[in-house]
Design a protein around this ligand. Structure first.
Ligand code: PEP
Ligand code: MN
Length: 266
């Protein structure tokens, strides 16, 4: 692969001079909760919002997401605030339903090696070429992750964005150990853009700004940041979510940093 080859992929909206932010709540909990975040992101001039509709919870008794109701809430807020919507698909049976509502389909860390789900997501997006955000398995090597991406692209949708989200290691000071080297390695070894999810490795909100700045400095093409109007009341991942106000403060700092690198945050 030559140095001059562009890393941008068709229809992705992520060029080398843009850093896309996928912010939004861990879980979609109600129309009011989601709208409040959507309004804040639109005010910031952002283009996407994320939210969990089907939640892959480690504990089966934890909140599992609102399912199709969440997809409806996301679609209507997306229209109202002119934001593209991104959500995780956890089951092959949900592929056509989720695809019919969203602009981007996320594959979570727990499903990186669920090859039948990857193939089905490739098939359901084969004509639309909707963006697939492909998270790294928490114990997967970069070469396993890149190989698995081909299960998605083999049906013709090349519009895949890789997403580093932290690894399971011996370290307990953070929820997961963020592998920042994944950013330059993915750029070196593939044509895919790379997002860094800074909320799940942090586990607590005060670490989020440092990880976000480090990711921008490392050259990421996108960031994922969880934002909730009232984190202590969140039904999932409360400790790591930023309030809209905290998010706006961070975004200002990230925009200054991005400007130094001749990049723009969208
Ligand atoms: C998420 O982004 O909502 C999520 C569950 O992330 P991960 O798959 O990285 O744990
Ligand atoms: Mn979460």
């Amino acid at each position: 692969m030559s140095e001059t080859t562009t890393r941008s992929l068709p229809d992705l909206g992520t060029r080398t001079d843009e850093i896309t932010i996928f912010a939004g709540p861990c879980s979609v909990e109600s129309a009011e909760q989601f709208d409040e975040v959507a309004e804040a992101l639109a005010e910031c001039g952002l283009t996407w919002i994320r939210g969990g509709a089907f939640k892959p919870r480690t504990n089966p008794h934890s909140f599992q997401g609102l399912g199709e109701e969440a997809l409806q809430i996301m679609a209507s807020a997306g229209k109202r605030y002119n934001l593209r919507i991104l959500t995780e698909v956890v089951d092959s049976a949900h592929c056509p339903l989720v695809h019919s509502y969203v602009d981007g389909l996320q594959i979570g860390t727990r499903n990186m090696a669920n090859f039948s789900l990857l193939k089905n997501i490739g098939l359901v997006t084969a004509d639309s070429h909707k963006m697939v955000l492909f998270k790294r398995g928490m114990a997967a090597t970069i070469s396993e992750w890149l190989a698995a991406a081909e299960y998605i692209t083999m049906s013709s949708n090349q519009n895949v964005m890789m997403c580093e989200r932290g690894l399971r290691t011996f370290e307990t000071a953070t929820r997961f150990t963020l592998d920042i080297s994944a950013v330059p390695v993915i750029h070196k070894q593939s044509l895919f853009p790379i997002c860094v999810d800074v909320s799940h490795p942090a586990g607590v909100r005060d670490l989020v700004p440092s990880l976000a700045k480090a990711s921008v400095a490392a050259g990421c093409d996108a960031l994922m940041i969880e934002v909730h109007p009232n984190p202590p009341a969140a039904l999932s991942d409360g400790p790591q979510q930023l309030t809209p106000r905290q998010f706006k403060e961070l975004l200002e700092e990230l925009r200054e940093l991005a400007a130094v690198l001749n990049k723009k945050i969208v």
